[in-house]
Every structure is written in structure tokens, then in C-alpha cells.
Design a protein around this ligand. Structure first.
Ligand code: ADP
Length: 506
């Protein structure tokens, strides 16, 4: 296909800002598209003055609310444009939550500006030198970009990706007038959501194409159980909805070269994993494992109900009765963090809990553990199971969303035949989690079967290139489906001067 100019807009991008999988995706997908010949760039809020120190100013926002900066560095594979506003800078590197763990009060305004700025770039108003063919918006933080593009009949096509429908960006409706959006947007077929406004609806309802991060999740969000009250809208747009599995960055996540590890390994020479396991236990102050029947279990992920963190807490006594070590890395719900930390104090040598965000430790855990626990209630794609598999750690997952699409259950069939690489939990419950652990430990105690399982897991490839090719097809559809700018039944594009006046009154 012809090379496209693609502008990503998102709230996170690894390694600059990462809270979860969204950061990983935005850190990798634009680069994968650039490798296929496209000119991909990313628009990101600047949450910290440190981020803007080395950036150059491109332009000032017309309403005086901030500046657009460009940041280029060897650590980021594509040009990054930073939206610098006083509100975002004040966050001091915390994109979503204050130190107290509550959402920032100015979220609707700041992320409203992010959507507006993205649409202005897409329409060629803010930056003369570069105008994208496709604007690719991600999650509720950017949901207003397709709205503005629709209202102004932007020449660029819009694609919107749902990374997690559990967060819909719901705010009081007065934000519409504050952002200069027309009252007609306060309508059930537009942004209205039970008397409020949901930014996620903007992307779902107005983007030319919608994607989500796994085929299974694309089907699930059309049902009330997974739809967060938006399943009707998702169903209505199902002819424009595609599920595309995330890839993983095979360079950054490579046990053969990972700088966080001292002992490297791969599917052909797996021995270093054993040494990393010893190093992990030692480093975390856990008792060494002398009995080959004792596995190391791990949790890496946000401590939220979505991930089943409450199930982990409830299952702890049962887990610790078994002959295992357990390592927990995760932050999130404060009470859950504290309960786990207390539990670790009462189980010295057996349970280690780190309620922090620690990228290097995450790498060491994927390398040193035997099993990763993922009793999620829903999981749009999930990256941790893919990292775990690449590092020879067997995931135990509820088969929902991307977990169902990526983890083949060990079942009863011989693993070689079945390509098994993990265990499915019957449901997100304490008993199913413990049953799953027992099943996995049973296999762990059969070294030949376990080795096959580990090898199957390690040779699976979840690369970005095939996902990037799938996104190219979506971009093509978006460009094809887009109504022509001069179609008589569409409102004509406003003149540059008129629009600047509108911006001025924002
Ligand atoms: P989600 O985006 O729902 O949080 P994903 O599985 O898609 O879940 O992505 C989670 C990403 O965040 C992975 O890269 C994982 O390694 C990382 N991660 C989660 N919690 C932590 C933590 N406490 N420390 C370091 N990395 C973490």
C-alpha cells in the first residue's frame, strides 16, 4: 500500500510514560508501521517538565492554553509531539491519578484539549508542514478527536482503538460548552451517557473505523457483560469494528539479551532460566528452592478488580498452604496493596510483595518465575501473558479477551500436539484459581511435560509486524469509507479564519 502519514494520539507511550499496556502499544505500533514505510508520529501530553526540556517548540495553541513541542531522541523510534499545558505539567509525571490515588479533577478539560489538538493537527490547521492521512486515537482520553473531525469534516480519516472499555471517561455535561462543542453532542446517539458525557462514545460513534485489541474482546464488548453500558453502540458499529491482537516488542522483551537479567536464555538453551530463578528469590529475600517440586508463582499487574486482585488476596491462605513461592509486583487499589504487604510480613521467605511500578523487576520476574497468575474478569488483550510466555513462564488465565486468544490450555492432550502453553481457569473465582494452580503444579512435577509446555510457550511469536499489517488494512478501509470532503450532504469545512475565531472562544 502507499506510504501513509499517521498521527497517533494517546495518553501513554513507553518508554516516556507508561502505566500499563497502552503505553507498550503506543511505544511499539508506530515504530512497526514506520518500519513498513509509513510516516508515523505520536501526540502525547507532557506530564512533566523533564519531558519538555529537550523538546523544541512547534507552535502555540491558538487559545493560549499551551504549546505543541517536538521531541526526538534515540529512545523513541518515531517523532513525538508533546501537548504542553499547565494542567498536564502539574501532574508531575502521574498521568491519571494524584498521589492520593484519585483521578485528576481537570481530566475532562485537559484530555478535551488533547482531542481538540489532535483534530486540529489532523485538519492541517495547527501545523503547516505535516498533515496526517489518518488520525489514530486511543481510548477515552482521545475520544473527542474523532468528534471534532466529524463536526469539521476533516480531510483525514479517523481510527479509534479501544484498549479498555472499563474506563469510559464519564464527566458532567457542562464540559461540552467549556470545550466549545455544540449542545447537539449531548444526545444519546452522540456523547450523552445517563445524564453525563462519555468521551469513549466519541471515538466509538464518530470514528471512521473502530478497532480493539483482540478478536475475542471485539466480540465480548458487544455483550452487556463486557460492554460497560456501551454494548448497544458497539453493536451498532460492528460493521466497522475489527479486533487486532497486540504484538510485543521482541527486542525489548528478549530473554537472550535482556539487560535486566544476568543469566540469558532462549528456547534452545533454556538453562539460564533456572539461574535467574535463584537470583530472583535471593534478590527478593525469599528462601531458595531446593525441592524441584516447588514452583515459583508470580503476579505482575495492576491490583484492581479487573485483574482479579481481590481473588489473589482471598486465595493467599490457600496458595501459601501449598509448596510454592509467590512473588507479587503490582500497584493499584491501596487497601489491596496494604493487605498484601501485611501478608508478606507474616510469610517471610515464602511471599514477596512489591506494591510499586518497577520495570526492571517486572523483567526479572517474567524470567525467574515458573507460573504467572492472571485470574482477570476481563482482559482486552493483556501483554503480561505474552511476555511471560516469551520468558518461559507459564500463564494461568481466565479465558477472556486476549487471554483466550493467546493462551492454549494444556488440557489432556499431549502438549506437543495441542501447542499448549498455559492453563485456563474455569472462571474468575478463588476456587478456580486454586484448582488451576493444582493442575499446573501437577504438570510442573512431570519435568518432561513441563519442558514441552515451556518450549511451546517460548517459541510462540506475537510480533508487531503482522498486527501492523492488519492496522494497514483498517486504515485503508477508513480512507475508503470516509465521506468525500465536498459531498453536498455533508457540512462544508469551515474556513481557516472562522475556525481560529472558534478556537479563540474555547
Ligand atoms: P493493563 O494495560 O490492563 O494494565 P497489560 O497486560 O496490557 O495490562 O499491560 C501491563 C503492562 O504493564 C505490562 O508491560 C506489565 O509488565 C506492566 N506492569 C504492570 N504492573 C507493573 C508494575 N507494578 N511494575 C512494572 N511493570 C508493570
Amino acid at each position: 500500500m502507499r506510504p501513509l502519514k499517521i498521527l497517533f494520539v494517546a495518553a501513554e507511550m513507553a518508554p516516556l510514560v507508561k502505566v500499563g499496556g497502552l503505553g507498550d502499544v503506543v511505544g511499539a505500533l508506530p515504530a512497526a508501521l514506520a518500519a513498513r514505510g509509513h510516516d508515523a508520529r505520536v501526540l502525547l501530553p507532557a506530564y512533566d517538565p523533564v519531558m519538555t526540556r529537550k523538546a523544541r517548540v512547534i507552535t502555540l495553541l491558538p487559545d493560549g492554553s499551551g504549546r505543541l513541542l517536538e521531541y526526538r531522541a534515540s529512545t523513541v523510534p518515531v517523532p513525538v509531539w508533546l501537548l504542553e499545558t499547565a494542567g498536564f505539567l502539574r501532574r508531575g509525571g502521574r498521568p491519571y491519578l494524584t498521589r492520593a490515588g484519585t483521578p485528576w479533577a481537570d481530566d475532562p478539560l485537559q484530555f478535551g484539549r488533547l482531542g481538540r489538538t489532535a483534530a486540529d493537527i489532523a485538519s492541517g490547521r495547527l501545523v503547516d508542514a505535516w498533515q496526517p492521512d489518518v488520525l489514530h486515537a486511543n481510548d477515552w482520553h482521545t475520544g473527542l478527536a474523532p468528534v471534532w473531525m466529524h463536526l469539521e469534516n476533516s480531510a483525514a480519516a479517523s481510527v479509534f482503538t479501544v484498549h479498555n472499555l472499563g474506563y469510559i471517561g464519564r464527566f458532567a455535561a457542562d464540559i461540552l460548552s467549556r470545550l466549545g462543542l455544540p449542545p447537539s453532542m449531548n444526545h444519546p446517539e452522540a456523547l450523552e451517557f445517563y445524564g453525563d458525557i462519555a468521551y469513549m462514545k466519541g471515538g466509538l460513534a464518530f470514528a471512521d473505523q473502530v478497532t480493539t485489541v483482540s478478536p475475542r474482546y471485539a466480540a465480548e464488548i458487544q455483550t452487556p457483560a463486557f460492554g460497560s453500558g456501551l454494548d448497544g453502540l458497539v453493536r451498532a458499529r460492528s460493521d466497522r469494528l475489527t479486533g487486532i491482537l497486540n504484538g510485543i516488542d521482541l527486542e525489548a522483551w528478549n530473554p537472550a539479551t535482556d539487560p535486566a537479567l544476568e543469566n540469558h536464555f532462549d528456547a534452545v538453551r533454556p538453562d539460564g532460566k533456572q539461574d535467574e530463578r535463584d537470583r530472583l528469590l535471593h534478590g527478593l529475600g525469599l528462601d531458595p528452592v531446593t525441592d524441584p517440586q516447588t514452583p515459583v508463582l508470580a503476579w505482575v499487574g495492576r491490583l484492581t478488580a479487573q485483574k482479579g486482585a481481590d481473588l489473589l488476596v482471598e486465595a493467599l491462605p490457600g496458595l501459601m498452604e501449598r509448596s510454592v513461592r509467590l512473588v507479587v509486583l503490582g500497584s493499584g487499589d491501596r487497601e489491596t496493596e496494604q493487605t498484601l504487604v501485611r501478608a508478606a510480613r507474616s510469610r517471610p521467605g515464602l511471599l514477596a510483595v512489591h506494591p510499586t511500578f518497577d520495570e526492571a523487576l517486572a523483567h526479572r520476574i517474567y524470567a525467574g518465575a515458573d507460573m504467572l497468575l492472571l485470574p482477570s474478569r476481563f482482559e482486552p488483550c493483556g501483554l503480561t501473558q505474552m511476555y511471560a510466555m516469551r520468558y518461559g513462564t507459564i500463564p494461568l488465565v481466565t479465558p477472556v479477551g486476549g487471554l483466550a486468544d493467546t493462551v492454549v490450555d494444556s488440557g489432556d492432550a499431549a502438549p506437543q500436539e495441542a501447542k499448549a502453553c498455559g492453563f485456563h481457569l474455569a472462571r474468575p473465582s478463588v476456587s478456580a484459581l486454586l484448582e488451576g494452580v493444582d493442575r499446573a503444579v501437577g504438570t510442573f512435577r512431570q519435568p518432561d511435560r513441563w519442558r514441552t509446555l515451556v518450549r511451546n510457550a517460548m517459541i510462540r511469536r506475537f510480533d508487531w509486524d503482522s498486527s501492523a499489517a492488519a492496522y494497514e488494512r483498517v486504515y485503508q478501509s477508513a480512507l475508503r469509507d470516509k465521506p468525500a470532503p465536498d459531498r453536498p450532504d455533508m457540512p462544508r469545512r469551515r474556513s481557516r479564519r472562522r475556525h481560529r475565531a472558534t478556537l479563540g472562544s474555547r
